[in-house]
Design a protein around this ligand. Structure first.
Ligand code: CTP
Ligand code: MG
Length: 379
C-alpha cells in the first residue's frame, strides 16, 4: 500500500539533557534523524516530509544527505503544531499517511507492514505495548492506579489520509495531543492497536542513548569479502591502478580502463554484502562500460553497502606484478580509494608483490590484484 510519511523532528529534546537536540545526536555513526528517515524509506514511504525548526534546516540537510524522496518543512512550537504543518506540506496523494517520531530510530519494515494491514478495518492503527510496571500516582503519598486495559502507544501511527486531515481540521488552534491517534479518536475515528515493539523505544532521557547504542552494537555483524582480478599486458604508455594513472611502457587490456586493483576491491565489497560480482552490475557486453573509469564500479558497490545500512570498515588490496614499481604510487592509491569509498585513508591498505619471475605475472603476461574488505552491517 502506498503511503506518505511525516517525520516529526522539530522538538528541542529538553529531557535528553544539554547539548544538541536528540534528533541530531550521533547513534552508531549517524544522526538519530537519519536512522528514522532511512527506515521509513526502506519500509516503502513514497515521500517523507521532515518537520524541523527553521534554524535546523542545515543540520537536517547534512543528516539526510544522499537519501532521496524527503522534503523539509517548518515544525511548530508543539508536536501537534508540527504535525499540523506536516499535513499541509504532505502530498495530497497517497491515501495513507504515517506519522513517526524522529526520536524512534529502530523502525523496521515489519512494523509498517502490520500497521498498513490493520488499516483495512480501521481509520487508524498504532503500535501498543502492555504496561509491565505497577502504576502509581502522587509523590508524597502514593496511590496505585489499575493498569487493567492500559497500553503504551508508540509510533509510527498510520491513518487514512482523509480521516486524519479532517480530525486535525476540527482541532482548536491551542489544543494539543501527545500523539495523533488521540486527535483521530477525539474526532470520532476508530483507531486500533497492533503489536508494539520495545525496539520502537523513544529516545527521551540521556540513558536511553546508552541503551540504543547497545542495541546498535548487538545488531551489528561483520562481513568479509574477497575479490580477485587479472588483466593482460598490451601496447600502451600508461596503466590505471587503484584509481591512479601511472606512466608505463605498456597498458593493461580490458573492456573498461582495466584497473585490476579497483575491480578486485569492487568484487570484494560485492562479495561481502552478497550482491554478486562486478559483471552482474556492469556486464562487459554492455557498450556503455567500454573504456569506463573503474571508480564508477567502486562507487556503486559503496552505494549498495550504504543502502543496506552498512559501512566499509577496511580494505586491503595486493597488486601482483614485476613492473611498474607500485611503492612510489602507494599513498596516492590509498588516498584515491579512500576518496571513492568515502572512508578514512587509514582504513585503506595497498600492497604490492612480485612473483619472482614465476607464473603469468612473473613472465610479464599480465597483472593480478587480490583484495579483501570488511563491512559492518546492521543485520
Ligand atoms: N516534536 C516536533 N515538534 C515539536 C515537539 C516535538 O516535531 N514542537 C517531535 C520531536 O522532535 C520528537 C517527537 O516529536 O521526534 C516526539 O516528541 P518528544 O519525545 O517529546 O521530543 P522533544 O519534544 O524534542 O523532547 P522533550 O519533550 O524532552 O523536550
Ligand atoms: Mg516533547
Amino acid at each position: 500500500m502506498d503511503f506518505a510519511a511525516i517525520l516529526v523532528a522539530a522538538g528541542s529534546g529538553v529531557r535528553a539533557g544539554p547539548g544538541a537536540a536528540k534528533q541530531w545526536r550521533d547513534l552508531g555513526g549517524k544522526p538519530v534523524l537519519r536512522w528514522s528517515a532511512e527506515a521509513l524509506l526502506a519500509a516503502g514511504a513514497q515521500s517523507v516530509v521532515v518537520m524541523v525548526q527553521p534554524a535546523d534546516r542545515a543540520l537536517a540537510e547534512a543528516a539526510l544527505a544522499g537519501l532521496s524522496h524527503w522534503y523539509l518543512a517548518d515544525g511548530g512550537d508543539t508536536r501537534t503544531a508540527s504535525v499540523r504543518n506536516g499535513l499541509a506540506a504532505v502530498p495530497l496523494t497517497p491515501d495513507v499517511i504515517m506519522i513517526h517520531d524522529a526520536a524512534r530510530p529502530f523502525l523496521e519494515k515489519r512494523h509498517v507492514d502490520s500497521l498498513l494491514a490493520a488499516l483495512a478495518e480501521a481509520d487508524g492503527a498504532v503500535p501498543l505495548l502492555p504496561v509491565a510496571d505497577t502504576l502509581k500516582r502522587g509523590a508524597d503519598e502514593l496511590h496505585t492506579v489499575s493498569r487493567d486495559g492500559l497500553s503504551r502507544a508508540q509510533t509510527p501511527q498510520a491513518f487514512h489520509a482523509d480521516v486524519l486531515r479532517k480530525a486535525y481540521a476540527t482541532l482548536g488552534d491551542d489544543e494539543r495531543a501527545t500523539d495523533d491517534a488521540a486527535v483521530v479518536e477525539a474526532a470520532g475515528g476508530r483507531v486500533i492497536g497492533v503489536d508494539g515493539d520495545p525496539r520502537l523505544m523513544k529516545l527521551t532521557y540521556p540513558e536511553d542513548f546508552d541503551m540504543a547504542e547497545a542495541l546498535v552494537s548487538a545488531g551489528r555483524g561483520v562481513r568479509i569479502g574477497q575479490g580477485f582480478d587479472a588483466h593482460r599486458w598490451g601496447p600502451g604508455y600508461a596503466v590505471w591502478l587503484c584509481g591512479v594513472k601511472i606512466d608505463h611502457d605498456a597498458a593493461l587490456i580490458g573492456h573498461s580502463d582495466a584497473d585490476a586493483g579497483l575491480h578486485a576491491i569492487t568484487d570484494a565489497i560485492l562479495g561481502a554484502i552478497g550482491e554478486g560480482d562486478i559483471g552482474d552490475h556492469f556486464p562487459p557486453s554492455d557498450p556503455q562500460w567500454r573504456g569506463a573509469s573503474s571508480d564508477i564500479f567502486l562507487s556503486k558497490a559503496a552505494e549498495l553497502v550504504r543502502g543496506k545500512g552498512g559501512r566499509i570498515t577496511n580494505v586491503d588490496v595486493t597488486l601482483v606484478c614485476e613492473q611498474p614499481k607500485i611503492k612510489p604510487h602507494r599513498q596516492a592509491m590509498r588516498e584515491r580509494v579512500a576518496e571513492i569509498l568515502n572512508i578514512a585513508v587509514d582504513r585503506v591498505s595497498v600492497k604490492a608483490t612480485t612473483t619472482e619471475g614465476m607464473g603469468f605475472t612473473g613472465r610479464g603476461e599480465g597483472l593480478a590484484a587480490q583484495a579483501i574488505v570488511s563491512v559492518e552491517t546492521s543485520t
